[in-house]
Design a protein around this ligand. Structure first.
Ligand SMILES: [Zn+2]
Length: 166
């Protein structure tokens, strides 16, 4: 094999990897609503025959096709932000009680984001990698519906799920 051919093959592989890194990975997530408990939760497990809540009531279900990679990217960005906030809180211990309860809330938030990340990853055997780029560059890919007061991004899937049951 000539050297130039080897190089172009390498370039081809590199292009292929780049292209794949740029592709959405679709999957279906489900919102579940229990009309008795009025509770809403998501699941990655599809149950075509329907299912009951822990209280025994049949839940209402809305399946949503999402780009798992976008969800993954947003969640990874949120986790980074949460860590920054926790670090900042550690530095300013002036209002101890306030920051302590804030810390608790942030840690709970962190846990829920970590669980979401794990569940997204659990849906695919291939490794989910976040999209590369700044939030500005990724705007069209991520479909962020809102950024809350803490600076955390809310994806279209996770934005006001109760509206899906109206
Ligand atoms: Zn229930």
């Amino acid at each position: 094999m000539s050297e130039s051919k080897a190089i172009s093959l390498d370039a081809f592989r590199k292009k292929k990897i780049e292209r794949e890194a740029d592709q959405p990975i679709y999957g279906i997530l489900v919102w579940l609503y229990c009309p008795k408990c009025k509770s809403i939760e998501y699941t990655e497990i599809i149950a075509s025959g329907g299912r009951a809540h822990r209280c025994g009531t049949q839940v209402e279900e809305v399946e949503v096709e999402v780009d798992l990679r976008a969800e993954y990217t947003i969640t990874a960005m949120n986790l980074e932000k949460i860590d920054q906030i926790l670090k900042k809180n550690k530095k300013s211990r002036l209002m101890k009680i306030v920051s302590k309860s804030l810390d608790k809330a942030m840690i709970a938030l962190k846990n829920s984001e970590e669980i979401y990340l794990q569940r997204l990853q659990g849906m695919k055997s291939q490794l989910l990698l976040p999209y590369q780029g700044t939030p500005e560059e990724l705007k069209s890919k991520l479909n962020i519906k809102e950024t809350n007061k803490l600076g955390l991004a809310i994806s279209e899937f996770r934005y006001q799920p109760e509206d899906r049951f109206k």
